[in-house]
Design a protein around this ligand. Structure first.
Ligand code: COA
Length: 415
C-alpha cells in the first residue's frame, strides 16, 4: 500500500528533540527523510542518557525511526557542495539549529532559493522575531516562556513544568503541520516558502485556555471553577489551579485503594453536571441529588472541596481500575492515573501500534511510541533509527557521485 507522503524528500537537518519529532512523523507518513549529521559525531542525543554503553541512546532511537543517516561536514567547502546537491534534490529542509547557524554555514534563505526555488525551509526556533530571537531554547525554557509553568502546579507552591514535552515535541507537531500545508500550497503556486514554529508560540497555543482565563480574571476578578474560589484570593495573573479541570466541569485527582504505598493509586474524577444524580447514587449520597445546596452546578461550586472529599471516601475503597469500571458503567467521566509501567504493558496500545517493539542491531529490542496519528490509507510501519552515517554511500550514489568520488570526499573529511 502506498503512503501519504510517497515521493516527498526531506533534508532533515535537525537534532535533539523538537526537529526530529517533526521529521519522524513525516517519515511515518511515507516521506524519504535523509538525516544530515555532523561527520564523526552525529546528533548529540545519540550519546545522551545512554543505558547501554556504545549503543545509540533511547533518546535518539525513539525520535529518529524510519530515517536514513548521512554524515557531512557542512563547514568543509567540499561538504558544502554535497549539501547543495541534496538541497537541489529535496522538497523540504527542516532545521532546528540555534538562531543564525544556517546563515553562518552559508545557507541563507536566498542561497537556498537560488539552488532550489521550490524548497520549503522549515525551522524550529525558541522565539519568533523580537527581543529574544537570538536565544537558545530547550524544553523547559519554552514551558516557562509560553505560559505553561506559571499556570501549572499548586497555589501554595512554585511554578511547575510538565512531563509532557509540549515545548519540543509539541512544537515539532506544529512544524509538521506547517510543512504539509506548505507542500499543499506549493502544488498550486510552484513556490517554496519559509515555515517557522517558535517554541514559545507552540506552548502558548497549547495554553490558549489560560489566556482566555487571564481576560476573564481581568473582567470579573474571580474564576469560579478555580480552587481559589471562594476561600482563596486571586491576584492579577491566572493562578496555578492544581488539578482543577480548567473547563466547565469540575474535576480533581482522588486517592484510590493502595495510595499509601502506590504513588499512582489515584483517579481523575469529573463531576459532570448531567450525571450528578448517578454520582450521588454511586457514592451513597442520594440526598445530594435533591438538596438545594448540592443539586445544581452553581450551588456545588463553593462546596467542591467538601464534595471531592466525600467522593474520595468512596474511591479509597476501590482500586483505580475498579473505580474506572464502576464509574464508566454509569457514564461518569474519570481517568485512572496510569504509570509508565502500566502503559508499557497495555495490550490494547500494542494492538493499535501506539506502542511498538523495535529491533536494533546494536541495542537489541526496545519499546517506542509509534505514530499517534492513524491514517486508513497510509499505514505506519515503524522501522529502526539509522546508525550514524549508515546511508552515506547510498545517498551519495543517488546524488550521482561515483565510488571513487565518494572515497575522495571521505578522505578529505567532507563526509
Ligand atoms: N557539519 C558541520 N557543522 C555542523 C553540522 C554539520 N553537519 N551540523 C551542525 N553544525 C554546527 C552548526 O553550524 C553550529 O555551528 P556555529 O555555532 O558555528 O554556527 C554548531 O554545529 C552548533 O549548532 P547549534 O544548533 O548552535 O547547537 P547547540 O548545541 O549550540 O544548541 C540548541 C542547541 C538546541 C540550544 C539550539 O540548536 C537551539 O536553540 N535550537 C532551536 C530551538 C530548539 O530546537 N530547541 C529544542 C531542542 S530539543
Amino acid at each position: 500500500m502506498g503512503k501519504a507522503l510517497d515521493g516527498v524528500r526531506i533534508l532533515d537537518f535537525t537534532h535533539v528533540q523538537s526537529g526530529p519529532t517533526c521529521t519522524q512523523l513525516l517519515a511515518w507518513f511515507g516521506a524519504d527523510v535523509i538525516k544530515v549529521e555532523r561527520a564523526g559525531a552525529g546528533d548529540i542525543t545519540r550519546e545522551q542518557l545512554r543505558d547501554i554503553p556504545d549503543a545509540d541512546s533511547l533518546y535518539f532511537t525513539m525520535l529518529n525511526h524510519n530515517k536514513r543517516s548521512v554524515t557531512i561536514d557542512t563547514k568543509n567547502p567540499e561538504g558544502k557542495l554535497v549539501l547543495e546537491a541534496l538541497i537541489q534534490k529535496c522538497d523540504v529542509m527542516v532545521e532546528n539549529f540555534a538562531p543564525g547557524a544556517l546563515d553562518r554555514m552559508g545557507f541563507t534563505w536566498e542561497r537556498i532559493q537560488e539552488l532550489n526555488p521550490k524548497m520549503i525551509v522549515a525551522s524550529v526556533k525558541g522565539f519568533g522575531p523580537g527581543p529574544y530571537e537570538d536565544c537558545k531554547v530547550y524544553e523547559n525554557v519554552a514551558q516557562c516562556v509560553g505560559g505553561a509553568a506559571s499556570t501549572t502546579g499548586f497555589d501554595d507552591g512554585p511554578p511547575v513544568v510538565t512531563g509532557a514535552q509540549i515545548g519540543d515535541s509539541g512544537t515539532g507537531l506544529h512544524l509538521a503541520l506547517g510543512i504539509v500545508t506548505a507542500l499543499y500550497q506549493r502544488t498550486m503556486t510552484g513556490r517554496g516558502q519559509k515555515v517557522l514554529a517558535a517554541m514559545q508560540d507552540g506552548v502558548l497555543n497549547l495554553c490558549r485556555v489560560k489566556l482566555r482565563d487571564q481576560q476573564r480574571l481581568q473582567r470579573t476578578g474571580v474564576m469560579k471553577e478555580y480552587p481559589q474560589y471562594p476561600n482563596g484570593t486571586f491576584g492579577e495573573a491566572v493562578p496555578r489551579a492544581g488539578n482543577a479541570s480548567g473547563g466547565g466541569q469540575p474535576g480533581w485527582i482522588l486517592k484510590c485503594k493502595g495510595w499509601e504505598h502506590d504513588p499512582n493509586a489515584y483517579i481523575y474524577f469529573i463531576t459532570q453536571a448531567p450525571v450528578w444524580v448517578k454520582i450521588c447514587n454511586v457514592i451513597g449520597k442520594e440526598e445530594w441529588a435533591t438538596d438545594a445546596d448540592y443539586a445544581t452546578p452553581n450551588a456545588r461550586l463553593p462546596r467542591l472541596k467538601e464534595i471531592f472529599a466525600e467522593i474520595e471516601r468512596w474511591t479509597m475503597t476501590k482500586t483505580k481500575f475498579e473505580a474506572m469500571e464502576i464509574l464508566n458503567r454509569h457514564d461518569i467521566p474519570c481517568g485512572p492515573i496510569l504509570s509508565m509501567k502500566e502503559i508499557m504493558d497495555d495490550e490494547s496500545l500494542r494492538k493499535t501500534g501506539t506502542i511498538v517493539e523495535v529491533d536494533h542491531p546494536v541495542r537489541g529490542k526496545y519499546l517506542t511510541v509509534g505514530n499517534p496519528i492513524k491514517l486508513s490509507d497510509s499505514p505506519t510501519e515503524v522501522t529502526r533509527s539509522p546508525l550514524l552515517g549508515e546511508h552515506t554511500d547510498e545517498v551519495m550514489a543517488e546524488l550521482g557521485y561515483s565510488p571513487a568520488q565518494i572515497e575522495a570526499l571521505r578522505t578529505a573529511g567532507a563526509i
